[in-house]
Design a protein around this ligand. Structure first.
Ligand code: 8ID
Ligand code: ZN
Ligand code: ZN
Length: 349
């Protein structure tokens, strides 16, 4: 039975807060499914969206959330390859046109008509959410919806970023922001891909978490006297990591990465601190042949591959679960940088 009304977290003005209240349940269009969201991960992007951090407007009022795992409860007339009762995931890319030059090449995150969950369309911080059937993640029937939720953004994004880095098995990768949601996942994907991981983050709790998840070395950005040297020293020949995955929500590490990346290495930018700029010395970038790239979520194939790592037991983010009603408290902890791993919200409370 699909109710007329449901609980949701609604942002009513840029800057927040999110308000826990009842709103109507929407009906899916012909090419859409309605998903009864059971659990949703809380990504730092949701906080950026509420705060209006980026030069791209959100819808308003806005239901955030884009790591939603649940059960398909209704589908439009054109939807054929997904059944009622199937497990499915709502990810950042809610829909795309499937016809532009980017969609044609499976670069659908670049689609100029892309719909973004919890940003330009309502997302998964509600009990019933809509997504385009073509884009929902197909989740196996036997998978734990609470545990898999963070794979739907954090997992897909870091998996794609690691692929974009071109790092090969046996090489070293620095993960910056390694104690956070994306970082905790990145350590494990990197390890599963045969890479050595240097985790960079701040504080003992994050150090312990990174080491437990498999980082070979940890550099504390808050206490290190010479971060660039410490990162280089964490590689056996002292020449620095072959790739750097930038997940931090601050500008400084984006300016430092080209200093410690190995010659011919690649710096992958994923974190999206507000109003930040990249800066690198031209001389070094040229004579050390450094590549600097952006990486943005993943396509449908990346999604299923990232989920496959989870299914094989290779990745599992450390997470804490609270009620959807407590979302605002999660944002407070996130703003203070106090979250190790991910928070997941349970939409039933
Ligand atoms: O597709 C994309 N590009 C994409 C997808 C998903 C998320 C981008 N993101 C962006 C988010 O919008 C956010 O800006 O990635 C960033 C990280 O998201 P998150 O992992 O959900 O955030 P978090 O859990 O708060 O972790 C951030 C970590 O960075 C550390 C913090 O201590 C925290 O553990 N950190 C900071 I702030 N400054 C640091 C520094 N100077 C740092 N770590 C190392 N050095
Ligand atoms: Zn996200
Ligand atoms: Zn398109």
């Amino acid at each position: 039975e699909i109710p007329e009304e449901q609980w949701a977290q609604v942002v009513e003005k840029s800057g927040g807060p999110a308000v826990y209240k009842k709103i109507p349940v929407q009906k899916p269009g012909p090419d859409e499914v309605l998903i009864n969201v059971k659990y949703s991960g809380v990504c730092h992007t949701d906080l950026h969206a509420m705060m209006g951090d980026w030069p791209l407007d959100t819808k308003m009022p806005l239901v955030g959330g884009h790591e939603g795992a649940g059960v398909v409860v209704a589908r439009g007339s054109l939807v054929q390859d997904i059944e009622l009762g199937d497990h499915a995931g709502i990810k950042w890319l809610n829909g795309s046109c499937l016809a532009c030059c980017f969609c044609m090449q499976a670069d659908e995150p670049l689609c100029p008509h892309a719909l973004l969950s919890g940003y330009t369309v309502d997302g998964s911080f509600q009990q019933y959410a809509i997504a385009k059937a073509a884009h929902v993640a197909r989740l196996p029937k036997d998978c734990d919806l609470e545990e898999v939720a963070p794979v739907l953004c954090a997992g897909i994004t870091v998996y794609k970023g690691l692929k974009e880095s071109g790092a090969r098995p046996g090489q070293y990768v620095a993960i910056v922001g390694a104690g956070g949601g994306l970082g905790s996942m990145a350590i494990q994907y990197a390890k599963a891909m045969g890479l050595h991981v240097i985790g960079i983050d701040g504080g003992d709790e994050k150090r312990e978490s990174c080491q437990k998840l498999g980082a070979a070395a940890f550099v504390d950005f808050m206490s290190s006297k010479d971060l660039v040297q410490d990162v280089k020293d964490a590689t056996p020949d002292g020449l620095g990591p072959h790739a750097v995955i930038l997940l931090a929500v601050s500008e400084k590490p984006f300016q430092q990465a080209t200093e410690y990346v190995r010659s011919r290495g690649t710096v992958i930018c994923i974190g999206l601190p507000a109003h930040a700029f990249l800066k690198a010395p031209v001389f070094d970038t040229v004579i050390r042949m450094i590549t600097i790239k952006g990486s943005y979520v993943g396509n449908r194939q990346d999604t299923q591959e990232a989920l496959d790592f989870y299914q094989r037991g290779l990745v599992k983010v450390p997470f804490k679960t609270v009620g959807l009603s407590e979302l605002q408290d999660v944002y407070s902890l996130m703003r203070e940088g106090k979250i190790v791993g991910r928070y997941v919200v349970d939409t039933s409370r």
